[in-house]
Structures are given as structure tokens and as C-alpha cells.
Design a protein around this ligand. Sequence first.
Ligand SMILES: C[S@@+](CC[C@H](N)C(=O)[O-])C[C@H]1O[C@@H](n2cnc3c(N)ncnc32)[C@H](O)[C@@H]1O
Length: 432
Amino acid sequence: MRAGARIAAAAEVLDDILNRHRPASMALANWGRAHRFAGSGDRAAIGTLVFDALRRRHSIAARMGSDAPRALALGAASRALGLSAEEIAATADGSEHALTPLSDGEVKGLTAELPADVPAYVAGDFPEWLQPSLERAFGERAAEEAAAQAARAPIDLRANMLKATPDKVLKALSRYNAEATPYAANCVRVPAPEGAGKAPHLEAETAHGKGWFEVQDEGSQIAALLAGAGPRMQVLDLCAGAGGKTLALAAGMQNTGQIYAYDADKKQLRPIFERLKRAGVRNVQVMDGGEEDALKALGPRFDLVLVDAPCTGSGTWRRKPDAKWRLKPANLEERIKDQVAVLELGAEMTKPGGALVYVTCSMLPEENRDQVAAFIERHPDFALEPFAPVWEKQVGGAAPASADGHTDTLQLTPASHGTDGFFIALMRRHKQ
Ligand SMILES: C[S@@+](CC[C@H](N)C(=O)[O-])C[C@H]1O[C@@H](n2cnc3c(N)ncnc32)[C@H](O)[C@@H]1O
């Protein structure tokens, strides 16, 4: 397919996502099924175009003077396909499958600068209703912080120290320009593709099959390190899901002690069994998902309870840009209620003197600092512990500043730390 046809296809898919509220992956798959003539290169390019347009929906619309799917696809095309405005205009010749010729306004929009006085939600490409929340978290830096969430994300991996070393993983993936990252010693990063480049499928690599690495953002690795799981500890991973953090905790415990992996939803736990096996992890007991009574019967015995809470995922918008436009106030309200429930359960399972670590992949204060403040008010037997000394011991080096400026909780972000957005609060239950 020529570039003009790829842009036209991306506009069709964007229409499906934005106007018929279809998830991006489903809309792209539907388009592929209906257009079997398109090759894998075409599908990849259309996908890249669609995701880039979703990442920058508001700022593209402001430059193009329209938020119609065609305008969004055109506005994203120069970056996604590496084409100049002239090349884009030339490829829109109305021939079979291609775009119809561009209007004067569209041609102008392709090279227009974003006006300096646009509101933060346009400059930062996020839903308008979230502006007060992001301004509460980041003040005048709200647009800058959110704009970094509109960039493409690298793929981060955690070298599995039970089977390999970061060096071994770096060598195995050198053809993808794999590199070390600033913070977590076991993290290896494959940079985001430029232009029309395609992200590699690293889970298809032999090194992955051998259990040398897991795909895990550096922010998630830092959260697991700060949780401070050590040899011989009794640990509860209360929202274990597919086990990303369970595996990282197990590596930190050198396969000793015991991790109980629990999740309210049985289905979420399903991938964990294969992942544990591949990684060579032997100190995890996967509990029956949703069997809360069996969990509670274990009593407050845990040295560490990790609450990797269900959240809006606003910290992962680089990877799931369609999710940011689907997020509605009612979803946030629901997640807030879920978070209260998991925190209450976590508190019940933490032994006196034990740690309760609350983590979200969100940047919204309602899910983060507000939750922690309300929890401590309900539970005066828990107190926050500053993260900097724990960082020095667990991650190594001096702790970076939290993106929101606080010192008792840590907000990691793409703009400030190059990670996904993660919030981490370390709490400890009083001994008596
Ligand atoms: C952020 S995800 C967990 C991701 C996982 N820890 C990882 O690192 O791969 C949150 C999980 O919390 C689970 N969850 C929601 N409410 C819960 C509850 N009340 N108790 C336990 N798990 C819950 C969800 O099913 C979901 O799998």
C-alpha cells in the first residue's frame, strides 16, 4: 500500500475507535480482517499511525483545526511515517484506496506550530476533565508531565538473576540497541522505534523462552525493589495478576521464604504459572483467585504485603493511548472504591511491625496520595516511611526527587524519570 492509502486506512480505524468506542487493538484487527490484501508492513504502519494519532489527539487537532479521524491521521503521519508535508500532500491523489487530495487548511495544518496559549489539556494531550487532577499533582508542570505520556515508550526488561545477568541479556539483544537504564541495576531497555520503525517482539526471543528476562517497565521494577522483599520473608502479593511483580519479588528473595500470590480475579492469575516455571521461581504459592476467606484465614502473618492496586492506568498512557480517551469520571470513582477495599484487606494481613506497600501505575492524586492519607487516617497504627533511605539500600545511589515534589511518597513519571508513571507509598504497621 502507498502512504496515502495507509493514512486513509488509519483514518478509518480511528473513526472506529473514537466514534464507535472500539478498543484500538480490536479496531485494528477488524480492519485487517476486512482488508486481507494488506501485508504485515502495511498493518504495522497503520497501527503506528493510529497509536501516534491517539497519543497526540488534542495537539494534532489544534494544529489541524479539526479532530476528525482524517485530520488526526494526517497530523500524525509526518512523524509516524517519516514523511514531509509535501510528500503527504503528494501521496493524497485520490487513486484507489488513497486519500482524496488535501484542502488548503489541511496543507497548512501539517506544518502549523501549536499555539502557545493552548490549555494544559491540549498541550499535554489528555482529557479536559483531568486537568484539575494533574495540576494538583504537578502544578504548572502538568502539561509537560502529560506530554511525556504522549510519546512512544521503550520496552523495558528485567534480567532474571535466577537464570541470567543484565550483561547476558544486553548481549543477547544487542541487535535491538539494548542499553542499561539509569536506576534499576537489572533493567535493560530497548529504545522506542523512530518514524515508521516497528517495535521488536521480544517475547519471541530464545533468551525469553529460556527465562533470562521478563518484560517489565523500570518503574514497576523500582516498585518491587522498594517493597524490600528479602530472603526468608513471608510476603503477600495481594493483587498479583499475571505476576510481574511476584517474579521480581521472588528474584529479590533469592528463591527463599514464601510469597503468596493472590488476586480477586482467577482469570488474571492464569499466566502466572507458566511465567514462574520459565523464570525458575520456586518460592511462590499461587492461591485460589477470589477465595478471600481462605486468604483471610492466613491471618496477619506477613512481613510484607504488596498492594499493586487496580487503577486507571494513567501512568501507562504511552503504551495504551486509547485508554486515556476511554477513561471517564465513573471509572475513576470505581477504581477508588476498589483501592479502598484492597488497602483494607492488605492492612488486615500485615503483621505488627510489617510493611504495607501501596503501588499504582497512575499519576492521579485521587488514586495515590489521597488514598494513602485517607488510609492512614482510618488506620493510625500505620505510618508512612520516607522512600529515600530505602531507595539507597534497595535500588542503590541517591534517590531521585518525586515528580510531585513530595518526600514521603514517590511518583515516578516518563518526564521526570523515563519510566512509566508509578506511585509508591511505603507504610509500616506499628509493632504493638
Ligand atoms: C495492577 S493489576 C496487578 C498487576 C500485577 N501485580 C503485575 O505486576 O503484573 C491489579 C490487580 O488487582 C486485582 N484486584 C482488584 N481488586 C482486588 C481485590 N479486592 N483483591 C485482590 N485483587 C484485586 C485485579 O484483578 C488486577 O489483577
